[in-house]
Ligand binder design. Structure first.
Ligand SMILES: NC(=O)c1ccc[n+]([C@@H]2O[C@H](COP(=O)([O-])OP(=O)(O)OC[C@H]3O[C@@H](n4cnc5c(N)ncnc54)[C@H](OP(=O)(O)O)[C@@H]3O)[C@@H](O)[C@H]2O)c1
Length: 182
C-alpha cells in the first residue's frame, strides 16, 4: 500500500495555469489520459482510494460533469473542503476537512492494501508530506513552462527524494518517479 501523488506538471512546477486552466496540458491529449495511456492505465489499476482538493473537484464539475461526462473514477474519492459542495449522482464522493491523518486512515481501510492516489493540488499533497504519509510522487513533465499558476508541490524536500525511474511518454512527456525520504 502506497500513497502516491501522481499528475502532470509544467517544467517549472505548475499544475494549472494562472486562469486555473489545463488547456496547456490537454493540447497533448491524443484520445486518452493526457499523461499517456501507458502510464495512467498501469498506475490506476492498483489504486483503490483517491483524494483531491476542492479546486480540483470544482474543475471536474465545471469541465466534465456539467458537460455530461461521467465521474471518471470508480473507487471512493475524498474531497477536502471547508464548504458545502454538490455531490454527483452515482459517484462515491466523501467530503473531508482539516487534518489529513484521520482521513488517510479511512482511505487506507478502503484501499485494503492497494494504493491511494493524491490527485492534487500541490498544497494538499504537501499536507500529506508534512504528516509523513506521502510515499512516492510520479510526475509527468510537459514540455513547456508557465508564467505562474497552481504550484506542483510547495514544500522543501528535505532530505531529497530518491529517484526510482525516469521515462519518456508519448515522445512528449518525461515521467519522473521518486520515493519520498523522511
Ligand atoms: N496537472 C495535473 O495533473 C493536475 C492534478 C490535479 C489538479 N490539477 C488542477 O490544478 C488546480 C489545483 O488547484 P489548487 O492546488 O489551488 O487546489 P486544490 O488542492 O485542488 O484545492 C485547494 C482547496 O481545497 C480545500 N482544502 C485543501 N486542504 C484542505 C483541508 N485540509 N481541509 C479542508 N479543505 C481543504 C481548500 O478549499 P475550500 O475549503 O475553500 O473548499 C483549498 O483552497 C486545479 O485547477 C486542478 O484542476 C491539475
Amino acid at each position: 500500500m502506497k500513497t502516491i501523488y501522481y499528475g502532470a506538471t509544467s517544467i517549472n512546477g505548475f499544475i494549472a495555469d494562472k486562469k486555473n486552466s489545463l488547456d496547456w496540458l490537454f493540447q497533448f491529449d491524443k484520445g486518452g489520459e493526457s499523461s499517456g495511456p501507458e502510464s495512467y492505465t498501469t498506475f490506476i489499476k492498483d489504486v483503490r482510494a483517491i483524494c483531491m482538493g476542492s479546486t480540483t473537484y470544482e474543475w471536474l464539475l465545471e469541465h466534465q460533469i456539467s458537460k455530461g461526462q461521467p465521474w471518471p473514477y470508480d473507487m471512493p474519492a475524498w474531497v477536502f473542503t471547508t464548504r458545502n459542495l454538490p455531490t454527483i449522482p452515482g459517484a462515491d464522493i466523501r467530503f473531508a476537512k482539516g487534518d489529513v491523518k484521520p482521513v488517510h486512515k479511512e482511505m487506507q481501510q478502503f484501499a485494503a492494501g492497494k494504493n491511494i492516489w493524491v490527485v492534487g493540488g500541490g498544497e494538499l499533497a504537501g499536507q500529506f508530506y508534512d504528516a509523513g504519509l506521502l510515499d512516492e510522487v510520479i510526475w509527468q513533465l510537459a514540455p513547456l513552462t508557465l508564467d505562474g499558476g497552481a504550484p506542483l508541490f510547495p514544500r522543501t524536500a528535505k532530505p531529497p527524494f530518491k529517484l526510482l525511474s525516469v521515462k519518456p511518454i508519448m515522445d512528449v512527456f518525461i515521467e519522473v518517479h521518486y520515493s519520498i525520504e523522511y
